[in-house]
Ligand binder design. Structure first.
Ligand SMILES: [Zn+2]
Length: 202
């Protein structure tokens, strides 16, 4: 949810928050929008309340729904950029497919323990997430999270989105950024379309 605090502070005019989860104690090591009194309440609704206090000049929508292949096209209707704050590969595949179908830039971010990674997929121009991860990722029951890592990646995702909106700077198009919090090293990898990809090479 850190991305939404940044987007709200920046004054991005219309935000759509989609999250079906409730605030858990285990979220509080990283999701600084929430506190102990919010435990058990819907994340999207609490985010809406708090972000509205931060900036009343923008339009914020909170949608407490799980993202599925049935509702995704409705959820992203009218959206100009999708910022991925999800925590599972299945949902990312749904976002990926819909973004490429509707030609919406998709700013991907993922974390695991001390590590974080991100890139920007531009439909019609770059690879997609199925090219990056051709094999289905192993499902991990509980993803280890070192508090500052998701905040760092979320902040960088917002920076990517801001540059896309303003048409400034060099984005991560065609590059994967990887950060290792144990060694404090940022690395970049060139990434390319996989020939025959059903999503981005069609
Ligand atoms: Zn692809």
């Amino acid at each position: 949810m850190q991305e939404f605090s940044c987007l709200t502070s920046l004054g991005i005019g219309h935000l759509k928050i989609v999250d079906h989860g409730s605030v858990q104690m285990s979220d509080l090591n990283r999701q600084i929008l929430y506190n102990e009194r919010d435990i058990g309440l819907k994340k999207a609704d609490i985010a809406y309340e708090k972000l509205s206090l931060l900036n009343s000049d923008i339009l914020i929508e909170s949608i407490c729904e799980e993202i599925t292949s049935e509702n995704i096209l409705r959820l992203i209707k009218g959206v100009q950029i999708v910022i991925d704050g999800t925590d599972n590969f299945e949902t990312r595949l749904i976002l990926n497919k819909a973004c490429f179908e509707k030609k919406i830039p998709y700013v991907y971010g993922g974390i695991f323990g001390f590590k974080g990674k991100m890139t920007t997929f531009l439909p019609g121009r770059t690879l997609c997430i199925e090219c990056l991860y051709p094999k289905k990722e192993e499902v991990v029951p509980v993803i280890p999270v070192v508090g500052p890592i998701p905040g760092l990646i979320a902040t960088l995702q917002v920076l990517e989105a801001l540059k896309l909106i303003l048409g400034l700077g060099d984005s991560l198009v065609g590059r994967l950024l990887s950060f290792d919090g144990e060694t404090m090293v940022f690395s970049y990898f060139d990434i390319k379309k996989r020939p025959g990809c059903r999503i981005c090479s069609a």
